[in-house]
Design a protein around this ligand. Structure first.
Ligand SMILES: C[S@@+](CC[C@H](N)C(=O)[O-])C[C@H]1O[C@@H](n2cnc3c(N)ncnc32)[C@H](O)[C@@H]1O
Length: 337
């Protein structure tokens, strides 16, 4: 039994070495949105030769899943906290998952909320990049409108082929049941079971594994005090190459020679709220970098944010200038454009 079967997506490497997590190489089965964990636990029991992973955004579900794995003494099961789109893209190498099960995804019934549905053209494309050739995609729903929605998207995706003669079936007595499914069946609602598999059509490179870059920093010379810099701060934003950065607020430390700039960065599928720091070194130079509060990931977006902040500071005073930096050249070029 591992020390804990509960994994935190924010702290796992991109991509994650799942063989190391499970201590063995085995086909990887992923359940997205495992809820009460009934299916997940049954799946891990029935497939002792596979590594089974449950993914959830809900903390109560994660704790429940963790407890059930421990109680059942299952060495081949883990649960991970995170949102499906981010976790799939960040933590899994292309062609690394053998099977994906999505049981009774939230239907988002109202018309204005349907864009929140998990199943989308993009999601199917992303799933296609992460499944092995021939890998399975099983989806179940009791919501008629979501079933029609899923039908439309599966029938037009080039990357999957139905394992059935039809798009879905409405009975499957072989299947492991989930809690929502039992409720739906007890209420005489029709369940729709989609059983598809990854076909041979190449899925391209549109969803690369996210990349971490070296921890970025910029060293500057400036006669300005940190208080001078802080007083001139205004909320600001910049965008480049699909990355959006907002510098929201600045705070000054009472104890250190330091400013902390609260920053929001959106670079699909990841969003981060981080602190950028401006520190006065003993040698007198300013160091602009990433504060480590909250386990930030040093992405291209973080580089863009630090480069933008340094550029803003440099613009405050003619004697203020960048002395050196390890920001990627392409980010600096984008900022200059
Ligand atoms: C309607 S419940 C179904 C639970 C379980 N699969 C069942 O059939 O009993 C949907 C579950 O999906 C989870 N969920 C919703 N969006 C998610 C996402 N983007 N990534 C991971 N889990 C998600 C929710 O927290 C919820 O537990």
């Amino acid at each position: 039994m591992p020390s804990s079967p509960l994994l935190h997506a924010a702290r796992l490497p991109w991509p994650t070495n799942w063989r190391r997590i499970y201590g063995r190489s085995a086909p990887l089965l992923l359940e997205i949105g495992f809820g009460g964990g009934h299916f997940l636990i049954d799946w891990a029991r029935q497939r002792p030769d596979a590594n089974v992973l449950g993914l959830e955004i809900s903390l109560p579900s994660l704790y429940k899943g963790e407890r059930k794995i421990r109680q059942a003494n299952l060495n081949n099961a883990r649960v991970v906290q995170g949102s499906a789109q981010l976790v799939l893209q960040a933590l899994f190498s292309p062609a690394s998952i053998a099977e994906i099960a999505i049981n009774f995804p939230d239907p988002w019934r109202k018309e204005r909320h349907t864009h929140r549905r998990l199943i989308s053209d993009d999601f199917l494309h992303l799933a296609a990049t992460r499944l092995v050739p021939g890998g399975k995609l099983d989806i179940a729903t009791d919501h008629a409108n979501y079933a029609a929605w899923t039908t439309e998207r599966l029938e037009r995706t080039p990357y999957f082929t139905s394992c059935l003669n039809t798009t879905f079936v409405t009975t499957d007595n072989e299947r492991l049941r989930t809690k929502y499914e039992q409720i739906a069946l007890a209420a005489n609602r029709t369940c729709h079971y989609f059983k598809w598999r990854r076909n041979g059509k190449p899925a391209g490179s549109r969803f690369p594994v996210l990349e971490e870059l070296p921890m970025p920093h910029v060293i500057m010379r400036s006669p300005l005090s940190l208080t001078d810099i802080g007083r001139q701060f205004q909320p600001q934003h910049t965008s480049s190459g699909g990355i959006h950065v907002k510098l929201l607020e600045v705070y000054q430390s009472f104890y250190d020679q330091k400013l902390l700039v609260e920053t929001y960065i959106k670079e699909e599928p990841l969003t981060q709220r981080v602190g950028l720091s401006i520190t006065r070194r003993q040698t007198g130079e300013l160091l602009v970098g990433l504060h480590d509060v909250g386990f930030p990931r040093p992405t291209r977006g973080i580089q863009l944010a630090i480069a933008h902040l340094a550029q803003w500071v440099a613009g405050l005073d003619v004697e203020t200038a960048v002395l050196s930096s390890n920001i990627t050249d392409s980010v600096m070029r984008e900022l200059g454009d």
